[in-house]
Design a protein around this ligand. Structure first.
Ligand code: NAD
Length: 316
């Protein structure tokens, strides 16, 4: 299968490219290196250094004629979307529309879109949260993701373009950077490896910090591979369905580092505590039974195993 992966130089996209290449697919990357890195590029993939908003994108589609586009390119920082909603909307909405127009013109059959369960549901009153829970975006970033989902619905209805929306929980793992949705994993690791003491932000009613659903990127790659052949016209959570507090996450990372002789000092048992930051969602945990049913997908990495794989990467 010929697949264009946008954002294939980034954290999740590059892992997805590696998964597709290993499965024998013909992969083309489109990335403008806004946050992506050359060292993440799979040498067996073809690379176009290009902005997804660019007029010339159609030339890439004309030459490559992809069967599938797996769209990962995005402005993915929530605080940056609040600071500059214009830029956020340009990249995330107009970039997606440009891709959809090219897809229709050049016969692409399917779009896989990386959306966000961590941000679209807002402060959900139902935990674990299913895909039917009404969207309540609390940031421009989440609004652009929800808007792109609506565009996909339109392009499917109007042009017959197939799609699968994958609403990721908080994704962590090898190649992750500190400013992403699950950036706290990278922040704790970098701080502890350099023998610094991290800060855990807590709410008055949640002294262990907020809770998140931490999904390992290796499982996210498998979800994308399964979505090549299934989940047509569906929105599907990709998550562990396990709610983990920031303190639990911190302890898991600390334990994993200590097994490798790092952060042994007793001071690391008591990280700094700071007040909750404005805009932080208290709880997030996504139901994943739809992914099991429609994609035959189940997470294989629990937090301990996923953190161990991530620690290996950070130490390298
Ligand atoms: N990291 C998470 O926990 C998480 C959770 C939910 C959804 N997502 C989504 O997954 C996708 C990948 O996120 P990530 O964490 O790997 O982020 P990332 O920043 O590592 O990857 C994004 C990639 O897109 C590229 N890019 C950005 N703007 C571009 C543009 N205008 N044209 C072409 N390329 C562009 C960047 O250079 C980078 O390589 C994003 O769409 C993000 O919203 C991530």
């Amino acid at each position: 299968m010929k697949i264009i992966v946008t954002g294939g130089a980034g954290f999740i996209g590059s892992n997805v490219v590696d998964g597709f290449v290993s499965a024998g697919h013909d992969v083309v990357i489109v990335d403008n290196f806004f946050t992506g890195k050359l060292e993440n590029i799979n040498k067996k993939a073809k690379l176009y250094i290009m902005d997804v908003r660019a007029e010339e994108l159609k030339k890439v589609f004309e030459i490559e004629r992809p069967d599938v586009v797996d769209h990962h390119a995005a402005q993915m920082s929530v605080p940056a979307s609040v600071a500059n909603p214009h830029f956020d909307a340009e990249v995330n909405v107009l970039g997606a529309v440009n891709i959809l127009q090219c897809a229709v013109k050049y016969g692409t059959k399917k779009i896989i879109f990386s959306s966000t369960g961590g941000a679209i549901y807002g402060e959900a009153s139902v935990i674990p949260t299913t895909e039917t829970y009404p969207g309540n975006p609390l940031s421009p970033y989440a609004i652009t993701k929800q808007t792109t989902e609506s565009y996909l619905h339109f392009y499917a209805a109007h042009y017959g373009l197939q799609y699968t929306v994958l609403r990721y929980a908080n994704v962590y793992g090898p190649r992750q950077v500190p400013h992403a949705e699950a950036g706290v994993v990278a922040i704790f690791m970098e701080k502890l490896i350099s023998e610094g003491l991290p800060t855990i932000y807590h709410f008055d009613d949640k002294p262990d910090g907020m809770t998140r659903d931490y999904c390992c990127v290796k499982d996210v790659v498998r979800a994308n591979t399964h979505a090549l052949m299934a989940g047509e016209q569906q929105i599907i959570n990709i998550s562990t369905c396990v709610e983990t507090s920031t303190v639990q996450l911190y302890r898991t990372i600390l334990e994993s580092l200590r097994e490798r002789g790092i952060a042994k000092d007793a001071k690391f048992d008591n990280p700094h505590k700071g007040p909750a930051r404005a805009g932080d969602i208290r709880r997030s945990c996504l139901d994943n039974s739809k992914a099991a049913k429609l994609l035959n997908w189940h997470p294989e990495y629990d937090l301990k195993k996923g953190i161990a794989a991530t620690v290996e990467h950070f130490l390298r």
